[in-house]
Write a protein that binds this ligand. Structure first.
Ligand SMILES: [Zn+2]
Ligand SMILES: [Zn+2]
Ligand SMILES: [Zn+2]
Length: 752
């Protein structure tokens, strides 16, 4: 991987071992030709791998012995561009300790300079237009280095040797503060002025590494509410940025592993347990127990946070679910009605990049959103892949390109529900194809005919002769993504729990037990089918789902006016729902586990309508009384070789609890325990049937940390081994990876 200080490292190593020759970057690898004493050469090879710089990922080293040619010095040669060859591209890297020290030192020439970086940190992927990685192929080409920067850049012993984005206040990019009409705010110190505006309750759009973020004082309920109103985002949680780990500890509980993740060079947002005494307003994440927190990851953030001395909201600079804004003009146009001021700079962003989101569960990090700091570093495949493009699903979409043993899982693209996101998706595919020199021979897509990603794939049929097109079942892709996350290529019992996935029988799947490998799957069981009254409407209005369950399982008499559920609906709508269910019009059947959580959330009165995906289920999880150990009854019924989990007893028992005055907190806990028991009993039975003892858990429902903990504990206690997600998101952000691998192994491509 280029731009990570590898050649200066080689130079220093060569100097130490008194060797002569050259080192050179190519489009594919780093080549080194050295001569010297045998012992020195041997030690050089050992040190090359064992002492490489922190960001250098050495995939493999191969060495051959040749006749000496009598080199007289050691040289670093120009990069060589080779047709068809490719090299890994470094993600953007959070400010390193050495650069931070310079930025905070009044005597340093880079004191408070927002664009300070070196070979160990700074922008990479977001400024790269093509490979090999050299300044003219980045958005830094417009800035000519001053003599001092040039000297650092040319000195193999300097931390900034060949640091392509190297810059200083004399020669590099600069900040500018403007109001929402684009008029310059006259000030001697832009960051000081921006921090003043923030502490006075203004909303400031800040151009960062991968796009604009919207910021405001996270302790001010008024400022946060204003941001919500203007951004049209009533309750979806915002992330915040804090100055230091000490400050994080004031607001959240944070474990050793969580601290490591927060301070890692990827510097993701980490979802932490929120302390009740935190001064961050509840409006930042209404109804939730966890708060998304990150530390400053550029010098600009470090200085701004120190000046402001307040927790700051940092949320994507977009309206609702559009892609994050990238260019100055575009931001002023799109965010002019949201932000009062804009903190701009003149270093262009070539590729937009959201902040990554992670949790620590089961003693390891799990990525919920994989973007800044991670992409486009590939996921390793346990086999040699063909060149495949997989287009993913719909929400939280990513795409995936494969080549050799690399799966280039794209950064989080977003919800493929509008043309702006589709355009971002298409442009990013072209960028990845160019960077990694991939020409897909197979194109994989979801079976759902209405997804924009599916339509995008099918539109390629005409212009792609000789390319195979492979539709992939959504939950098959989920489970395979979990297998690849673990580098495994074998059969498992896959438990895929999510909101929506197009099933082979035309129903909406989402509570699936699948015997799965790369090549195919057999549906061994699922949650019972229930009507989804009004289709999409039922997803936005979970009370419809609850009524659907009750009418379908227990009949109209179960709709007692005293149930908390009935506050959300009048008798007229109930009649409509009943008619939809009996006629089946716009009311598909679903086995979705996400919808089951929605139904229970509405039934106990947690939430009737949602503002963002899975809100009802997330709030149901947040209230669960974790001390409660009870669970509800359910049945497993064999239907022609398929085990179906039936919930009549579950709903009867919840209604009995509600009428008996049992609290929603206890009911929520019992319900979570029940679902863990469902997984346990199904997997035990399927393990007996198949002889397979390994269970893979995937799908968006497993973002529910309580459910994930309960389920893995139950399975492991029964001596089943459990695979959960880590590097690859369990939600639909991982689906494209599964699709790519499945399509790679498909017998022959089918055009459909
Ligand atoms: Zn640095
Ligand atoms: Zn300079
Ligand atoms: Zn899914």
């Amino acid at each position: 991987m280029q731009g990570v200080g590898f050649r200066p490292f080689v130079y220093q190593l060569v100097t130490r071992h008194i060797l002569k020759g050259w080192v050179c970057n190519t489009s594919e690898d780093v080549r080194i030709d050295v001569e010297g004493e045998q012992a020195a050469l041997d030690q050089f090879l050992v040190d090359l791998e064992s002492t490489a710089p922190p960001l250098a990922h050495i995939e493999s080293v191969s060495a051959v012995i040749e006749k000496p040619v009598g080199f007289e010095s050691f040289e670093i040669l120009e990069s060589i561009s080779e047709e068809g060859k490719y090299q890994l591209v470094s993600p953007d890297v959070a400010t390193c300790p050495a650069c931070l020290e310079e930025v905070l030192s009044p005597d340093d020439r880079r004191y408070r300079y927002p664009f300070t970086n070196c070979t160990n940190c700074g922008p990479r992927f977001t400024i790269i237009e093509d490979m090999p990685y050299d300044r003219p192929k980045t958005t830094m080409r417009h800035f000519k280095m001053c003599p001092e920067c040039q000297q650092e850049y040319d000195d193999p012993l300097n931390r900034r040797f060949h640091a392509q984005p190297n810059a200083c206040p004399r020669c590099g990019p600069a900040l500018e503060l403007v109001d929402n009409k684009g008029r310059t705010v006259e000030t001697k110190d832009v960051l000081l002025e921006a921090s003043r505006l923030l502490s006075e309750g203004n909303i400031v759009a800040i151009k960062g590494l991968g796009g604009f973020l919207l910021s405001c004082d996270a302790t001010s309920e008024k400022a946060v509410r204003l941001l919500r109103e203007r951004k049209q985002r009533p309750s979806k949680p915002f992330a915040i940025m804090l100055t230091s780990l000490e400050e994080v500890e004031e607001h959240c509980q944070v474990s050793v592993l969580e601290k490591q993740l927060l301070t890692s060079h990827q510097s993701p947002i980490v979802l932490l347990k929120w302390k009740s005494e935190s001064t961050v307003t509840k409006a930042v994440a209404p109804g939730l127990k966890h708060l998304g927190v990150m530390l400053p990851y550029t010098p600009m953030h470090h200085v701004l946070l120190r000046e402001t001395a307040l927790p700051l909201v940092m949320t994507s600079g977009n309206l609702s679910e559009e892609p994050i804004a990238r260019d100055n003009d575009e931001a002023l146009r799109r965010l002019g009605g949201v932000a009062d001021y804009f903190l701009l700079h003149n270093r262009d962003i070539y590729s937009t990049y959201d902040d990554s989101v992670a949790i620590v569960e089961r003693d390891r990090p799990q990525l919920v959103r994989r973007a800044r700091g991670y992409a486009p570093y590939p996921i390793h495949l346990p086999f040699e892949a063909k060149q495949v493009l997989a287009c993913g699903a719909e929400l939280k979409d990513t795409f995936c390109l494969t080549r050799n043993d690399h799966a280039f899982l794209s950064q989080h693209i977003g919800d493929m529900e509008n043309l702006e996101t589709l355009e971002h998706f298409e442009n990013t595919i072209e960028l990845y194809k160019r960077l990694f020199r991939v020409q897909p021979e197979i194109i994989a897509y979801d079976m759902h005919p209405e997804y924009l990603s599916t339509k995008y794939a099918k539109d390629l049929v005409d212009e792609s002769s000789g390319v195979a097109f492979v539709p992939v079942q959504h939950h098959h892709a989920h489970i395979v993504s979990c297998l690849v996350d673990h580098g495994l290529q074998e059969s498992v019992i896959g438990v895929a729990f999510d909101g929506t996935g197009f099933g082979m029988d035309g129903c909406i799947w989402g509570g699936e037990f699948l015997l799965t490998d790369y090549k195919g799957f057999e549906r061994l069981g699922h949650l019972q089918y229930v009507p989804l009254p009004g289709g999409e409407t039922a997803i936005k209005k979970p009370y419809r789902m609850a009524i659907g369950y009750l009418l379908h399982i227990l009949g109209r008499d179960s709709l007692d006016d005293n149930l908390p559920l009935m506050q959300y609906v009048d008798s007229q709508e109930t009649d409509i729902i009943e008619k939809q269910i009996s006629s089946g019009i716009n009311t598909p059947l679903t086995s979705s586990c996400g919808r089951l959580f929605d139904a229970v959330a509405a039934l106990v009165g947690v939430r009737g309508q949602v503002d963002y995906e899975a809100q009802a289920a997330i709030e149901l999880e947040a209230i669960a009384d974790e001390g409660e150990g009870g669970h509800y009854p359910f049945s497993i019924i064999g239907q022609g070789g398929v085990d179906v989990v039936s919930f009549g007893e579950l709903f009867t028992a919840i209604i009995t609890d509600l009428k008996g005055g049992v609290s929603p907190e206890v009911i929520s806990a019992r319900f979570h325990n029940t679902i863990a028991q469902v997984v346990l009993r199904m997997c035990q039975s399927l393990a007996g049937r198949t002889g397979i003892n390994k269970v893979a858990l995937s799908g968006g429902v497993f973002q529910n940390r309580l459910l994930l903990r309960l389920t893995t504990a139950a399975l492991e206690a029964a001596e089943l081994s459990v695979l959960t997600h880590g590097k690859v998101p369990t939600n639909d952000g991982g689906v494209s990876l599964g699709q790519a691998v499945i399509a790679n192994f498909a017998e022959e491509g089918r055009i459909s």
